[in-house]
Design a protein around this ligand. Structure first.
Ligand SMILES: Cc1ncc(COP(=O)(O)O)c(C=O)c1O
Length: 438
């Protein structure tokens, strides 16, 4: 594969950006080597600066459910750009996108737009704390909620005993005082949640979870566990925040909450909601949302919030998702992928020193590399420590074969609407061949 231009851009990037990137996972640290430099995307494919084309399962890490350069999204952006890109004022564009969402997702009465998933979650936490008058937050090990201080916290090994310092920051720069307000629990463990509520119940503002944890592989939870969180938060008058930055508008228009009929107090969005432009949102019942400034006292604001370009892009994308038969097609492709994996990849795993399982839910999937075949894993601690090593070999062979998957064993893949069965065939053939050679 020719890569002179990508190499040259990477070297220049290393000079001007810390680690060469503007978001860590774009660097190929876990697979080794320098990244391709992407020049453009169209439909299911991206092309790099060296003119190599790749079938793209990264899709900008989830937003591009309609693939690259969807014609309706592009037309909406171009049209709006000719009328002004930002006003910092009330517009019908933000109102129309909000109505599209509130009228079609029954657990949402009011919404506020922000510019990223991180900002959405950070703001939802502040709202939960202000609304309940409590400070502590429960989050789960392996769930990523963006990089705001309260959530960059992981469990210390003594967490479950709740003695001493139970939370430890994942990053220098996060004050201990804040880490201590974040209680980190294992996924899939009702007893740990129950213990925590028994100990700290009247101090817990909210439980936040990715209901489909998709940032440490795809750790599909039992719906009963999520329902348990709904019930226990109600009992202790804490809020349940569903972080649907990935699963929102992905598992169906109303995301995980709609699919499994579990109603959150607050929900956070990002990625798909902006049609590929930088948008996040947090939303919920009027009773809670009305506490936000200027109606209430809890402050939250943004110069570019509700940005018109982003709002029209979001409206074009979500409008298509509501009416276009897109979810049916994506589910069909997802079923096809599962079947092909079973028929053509599983057999080549015989005799290998590792096993691979395809974990999927609707159009999200994960290649789970394990030491042996076993039951579905639901906790981050059950991910095989050698998975990244095996994955990096497979990653590079796929890239050589024109298939772009995430440069990390812990990241999921996304099927997009412009893909066809032939694209899935190509992926499966390339994957089977990569496994044979590794
Ligand atoms: C579940 C979840 N929440 C929050 C975020 C943060 O979103 P952003 O990267 O837009 O700040 C992400 C990003 O991947 C995410 O997956």
């Amino acid at each position: 594969m020719k890569n002179d231009k990508s190499k040259e851009i990477w070297n220049r990037s290393l000079n001007v950006f810390p680690g060469g990137v503007n978001s860590p996972v774009r660097a190929y640290n876990s697979v080794g080597g320098g990244p391709i430099s992407v020049r453009e995307g169209r439909g299911a494919y991206i092309t790099d600066e060296d003119n190599n084309s790749f079938l793209d399962f990264v899709n900008s890490w989830g937003p591009l459910i309609l693939g690259h350069c969807d014609k309706d999204v592009t037309a909406a952006i171009v049209d709006q750009a000719s009328r002004g890109v930002s006003f910092g004022a009330v517009t019908r564009y933000e109102c129309e996108l909000a109505e599209l969402i509130t009228q079609n997702i029954k657990h949402i009465e009011q919404i506020r737009f922000v510019s990223s998933g991180t900002e959405a979650v950070m703001s939802a936490l502040r709202l939960a704390r202000g609304y309940t008058g409590r400070n502590k937050i429960i989050k789960f090990e392996g769930c990523y909620h963006g990089h705001s201080d309260s959530l960059l916290v992981k469990a210390g090994s003594g967490l479950l005993t709740f003695s001493g310092d139970i939370s430890e920051s994942s990053s220098p720069g996060v004050p201990d005082a804040l880490s201590r307000e974040t209680l980190v629990l294992p996924l899939d463990d009702e007893a740990a949640v129950k213990n925590c509520f028994e100990k700290f119940g009247d101090g817990i503002a909210a439980v936040i979870i990715e209901p489909l944890p998709a940032n440490s592989g795809l750790l599909k939870q039992r719906p009963e566990f999520i329902q348990f969180l709904r019930d226990i938060t109600k009992k202790y008058k804490s809020l349940l925040i569903m972080d649907e930055v990935i699963s929102g508008f992905r598992l169906g228009f109303s995301g995980f909450c709609g699919k499994y009929s579990i109603e959150p107090d607050l929900v956070t969005y990002g990625k798909i909601i902006g049609g590929g432009l930088p948008v996040g949102a947090f939303a919920g019942k009027r009773e809670i949302m009305k506490n936000l400034s200027p109606q209430g006292k809890i402050y939250q604001a943004g110069t570019l919030s509700g940005n018109p370009l982003a709002m029209v892009a979001g409206k074009a994308a979500l409008g298509k998702l509501l009416h276009g038969g897109v979810y049916e097609k994506l589910d069909r492709l997802s079923g096809y992928l599962v079947k092909k994996f079973h028929d053509e990849v599983a057999p080549v795993l015989a005799g290998k020193k590792y096993y691979m399982e395809l974990v999927s839910e609707n159009s999200v999937f994960w290649l789970n590399i394990t030491s042996v075949a076993g039951p579905a894993i639901r906790k981050v601690t059950n991910i095989w420590e050698k998975a990244p090593e095996v994955y990096s070999g497979i990653f590079w062979q796929l890239l050589e074969n024109g298939v772009h998957i995430a440069p990390s064993a812990y990241e999921v893949g996304f099927i997009s609407n412009p893909m066809e069965e032939g694209d899935i065939d190509h992926f499966i053939l390339s994957l089977a061949s990569a496994i044979k050679n590794s």
